[in-house]
Design a protein around this ligand. Structure first.
Ligand code: PLP
Length: 404
């Protein structure tokens, strides 16, 4: 089996299992307990937080452990927007890009549905990128007379509660100019969140260098367990909690802390960051060869996403004249596992909203196949996969047998 679906999930790394094992067994204490077992758990949690903070170049108090990327996105989008709106009622607008993961999209939709926010979608170009100038003009909002920055009315004059643009897209791999977008938001005094779930492990993720106020990560894309994650929340930015209770995570997320998963997350992120420069360069070179091979061997195939500003780990195509699902089935018969888009949209008949936002016609979007690689991928595996794609398209009649 060749697993080319690493953007959907990854196996838990042995080091992460070994790091968390004691906290699932002998050292099972509750970090809030005032006895030795509890204190051991609290110390492990504090160490994990410090490790993540040092890898992110931030303060330990800026790291919130969550139950995954979806929760981190929800806490950032809902929590920051609600807190900002409570402090400054004129802030009723939320801006998100057209290619966000459902965790961001649906959080914004909830704000609109239940809290009266107005949600505006920042368009992307045909490669899936947000133009910082377009973003700036949308942040300005309202009267348009003052151009960017929204400096146009009463009180502070700012009416945007939050902007959220993902760092790298899960379906097409396009990487956004996050530092530029964050600078635009900062100049407009608008809190800026980025979903870095796919970027982590492949791109630099220090929030201070990116200039973002909030950044989401998910453990299971990095070799930690599913249901582990982190939200970085810059010191002075407040997020209204989603979960109320005992006030854990400095009040940002109540509930007995998942010490084992926090420890595993820190171990996985440490390894990912140590390996990142070499892995990113090696996998990007393999990805280039894979893309070139597919485009050359399969006439009419279309690479989706930006040609160069893309994750090392993602190559996504449309194969007009097929259906993505039939290609997937044929590939699975050949022991190649990949995806027709994001795992979350799998099973739905709707064309991908990400691909349609790029201007791809829905009948072409239905033919999408995403290949995503882990850092362990080899040249031989990708050669086999390339042959399998050609074979699959021959079987479903899209290519002449033996044509290449
Ligand atoms: N954001 C992006 C870009 C993702 O790709 C995913 C998962 O696929 C998520 C958020 C959700 O993360 P999780 O699966 O940890 O809830």
């Amino acid at each position: 089996m060749i697993f080319l679906d690493a953007a959907a999930t990854t196996p838990v790394r042995r080091e992460a299992i070994e790091a968390m094992w004691p906290y699932l067994t002998g050292q099972f204490g509750n970090p809030s307990s005032h006895h030795g077992l509890g204190e051991t758990a609290a110390a492990a949690l504090a160490d994990a937080r410090e490790e993540v903070a040092s890898l992110l170049g931030c303060l330990p108090g800026e790291v919130i452990f969550t139950a995954g990327g979806t929760e981190a996105d929800n806490l950032a989008v809902k929590g920051i927007a609600l807190a900002r709106h409570a402090a400054e009622p004129a802030r009723r607008r939320v801006l998100i890009s057209a290619v966000e993961h459902p965790a961001v999209q649906e959080s914004a939709a909830y704000l609109q549905r239940c809290h009266g926010f107005s949600v505006e979608v920042v368009p992307v170009d045909a490669d899936g990128r947000v133009d910082p100038a377009v973003f700036a003009s949308l942040l300005g909002g309202g009267d348009g007379a003052t151009g960017v920055r929204g400096v146009h009315s009463h009180n502070t004059g700012i009416d945007v509660a939050l902007a959220s643009v993902m760092y790298a897209n899960n379906e097409i791999g396009t990487v956004q100019p996050i530092a530029e977008l964050a600078a635009v938001a900062r100049a407009a005094e608008v809190p800026f969140h980025t979903d870095a779930v796919q970027a982590a492990g492949w791109l630099p993720i220090k929030p201070g260098l990116l200039g973002v106020d909030a950044l989401s990560m998910s453990g299971h894309k990095l070799g930690a367990p599913k249901g582990s994650g982190v939200l970085y929340l810059r010191g002075r930015v407040h997020a209204e909690p989603l979960l109320h209770g005992g006030g854990q995570e400095r009040g940002a997320r109540s509930g007995t802390e998942n010490v084992a998963f926090a420890v595993a997350f820190a171990a996985a992120l440490r390894l990912a960051e140590a390996e990142r420069p070499a892995a990113a360069a090696r996998v990007a070179a393999l990805r280039e060869a894979f893309i070139a091979g597919i485009l050359h061997r399969i006439s009419g195939s279309v690479l989706t996403g930006h040609r160069t500003e893309r994750l090392p780990s993602v190559a996504s195509f449309c194969f007009p004249g097929t259906s993505g699902e039939s290609v997937l089935l044929e590939l699975e018969r050949r022991s190649i596992l990949c995806s027709s888009g994001s795992a979350c949209a799998a099973g739905s008949d709707e064309p991908s909203a990400v691909l349609t936002a790029l201007g791809i016609r829905s009948e072409v979007a239905q033919t999408a196949v995403r290949f995503s690689f882990s850092s362990a991928i080899t040249e031989a595996e990708l050669r086999t996969a390339g042959d399998a794609v050609v074979g699959a398209l021959e079987t479903i009649g899209r290519l002449q047998p033996g044509s290449r």
